[in-house]
Write a protein of this length. Structure first.
Ligand SMILES: [Ca+2]
Ligand SMILES: [Ca+2]
Length: 472
């Protein structure tokens, strides 16, 4: 009897191992601070992103994907924990993830426990690795530093003078006289990721590639500046001079941060745009190295590829420079997903060249990947899966996407056509994307839109978690 039980146990373990072996790999790629200035999203006419475009063309491109939060830390924490800010209480960059959610099992650890090898490189969480969540990390899991060595000019700032203590030290731009290899940083990250894709694995992998550009500073090798001569630079298509006049006071305060005025004062608006385009072009080239490595990999036809950015970025739209806002230029993100045939949650795989306009949130990537890979749903999160949209991008989708700003009462809600922004004190904005894709006309105060405004209010999140306070 005991022998029989032992044999059955062994067979069961073997069966589980075999099920894990047949599961698809996941290549999880993040870019940092990338808005819609990529070819296939059409955000800026001069941008050069052949590799983002080829990845989008090979799977499903989401054109109405939104971040759960408009800054790095809460956005990334929501993606990795599957819990949005109004459930976790993590709303802004100064909060420490492990103080807010000490026990949370993050995406890579969840995959690891299900038989995957989980590894990563570069920025995935907010300037930490969180070592217990991973089986391996480059450059050094033990040091909890996600960044390989990166070249920096000796004398700083290079171009944009410091405006004061309020100015982020990395807001600066320059074409560097170095090769990609000498620059290091994302080049080293993508080299290591490429090596992992090429080598043999005895388990399926969850491999996370964090490309840091176009995050500031906008320093990249000079060849990436060359396609964008300064005299040719076009201003952001979403800029309108008197755009903030129809915003409520909270919106106006948020819009007019000091950066854009400072950059204009020093006549560097075009230089900044040029450097952002160059940084995107560089990030795209680094992505190309990863996609090329996957193409040559024995795992090519058994790997799900997901690419996202943690939030968008303003370059003068609404007199704003940076992030932290609820407008579409900041809340909307690139998202593309390619699923190979045979994935448990989508056996037919995705159809190349698909485009989806349904409003989706990055917080659903956790549930989506569990579903696609045939893992059990995680017990303590919503587990909404985007698989129905990956199967049919025009499928009915009764969900709106929620984007939080820095506190519970400040948020934006996105449906396919409408956008609603709410600030503490019940100040509101309403936009119709069908007639106004750049959100130039705030309809919240116009009586003929009162019904739509009331409809959007009904989508507001309930039972908002307070901002989690660290223990003294
Ligand atoms: Ca970011
Ligand atoms: Ca306006």
């Amino acid at each position: 009897m005991r022998i029989l039980v032992t044999i059955l146990c062994a067979l069961s373990i073997l069966g589980q191992a075999r099920a894990a072996e047949n599961r698809p790999n996941v290549l999880f790629i993040a870019l940092d601070d990338l808005n819609d200035w990529i070819g296939c999203l059409g955000g800026h006419p001069q941008t050069k992103t052949p590799n983002l475009d080829r990845l989008a063309a090979s799977g499903v491109l989401f054109r109405n994907a939104y971040t759960a939060a408009a800054s790095c830390n809460p956005s990334r924490t929501a993606i990795f924990s599957g819990r949005p800010p109004h459930r976790s209480g993590l709303y802004h960059n100064l909060q420490k993830m492990r103080e807010v959610m000490p026990e949370a099992e993050l995406l890579p650890q969840y995959f690891s426990k299900q038989g995957y090898w989980s590894a990563g490189s570069g920025k995935m969480l907010h300037y930490i690795i969180d070592p217990p969540s991973w089986d391996d990390y480059f450059p050094a899991k033990a040091k909890d530093n996600p960044f390989p060595h990166t070249f920096y000019p000796a004398k700083r700032p290079v171009n944009l003078p410091r405006g004061g203590d309020w100015q982020y030290v990395e807001t600066d731009w320059a074409a560097l006289d170095v090769t990609d290899e000498q620059f290091g940083g994302d080049w080293a990250v993508t080299k290591w990721i490429g090596e992992q894709l090429q080598r043999k694995h005895d388990k399926p992998f969850f491999l996370a590639c964090g490309i840091y550009r176009p995050h500031e500073p906008w320093f990249v090798p000079k060849k990436y500046f060359e396609p964008f001569p300064l005299e040719s630079i076009q201003l952001p298509p979403g800029y309108k001079a008197d755009d903030v006049d129809d915003l409520p006071p909270a919106g106006q305060r948020l819009a007019r941060n000091r950066y854009f005025a400072h950059i204009q004062k020093h006549e560097q608006w075009e230089k900044g745009i040029q450097a952002y385009l160059a940084s995107i072009h560089f990030a795209d080239a680094m992505l190309g190295r990863v996609l090329d490595a996957l193409e040559k990999s024995p795992q090519r036809d058994n790997t799900i590829v997901v690419l996202w950015s943690d939030h968008g970025w303003h370059l003068g739209e609404k007199e704003h420079w940076q992030k932290f806002t609820g407008w579409r230029v900041c809340a909307r993100v690139p998202l593309m997903i390619r699923v190979p045939k045979g994935a448990p949650g989508l056996p037919e795989g995705t159809t190349p060249g698909s485009v989806c306009d349904r409003p989706v949130s990055l917080v659903d990537l956790f549930g989506t990947l569990s579903d696609l890979c045939g893992l059990p749903p995680k017990p303590d999160i919503d587990n909404r899966s985007l698989a129905p949209l990956l199967r049919n991008p025009k499928a009915e989708w009764p969900c709106a996407a929620l984007t939080h700003l820095d506190k519970p009462e400040n948020y934006a809600i996105s449906t396919q056509r409408w956008r609603y922004i709410h600030y503490a004190g019940d100040e509101e904005e309403l936009y119709d994307l069908e007639t106004d894709p750049h959100e130039w006309t705030n309809l919240a105060t116009q009586p003929e839109h009162a019904n739509k405004l009331a409809e959007m209010r009904l989508l507001a999140p309930k039972n908002l978690a307070p901002v989690h306070q660290s223990k003294p």
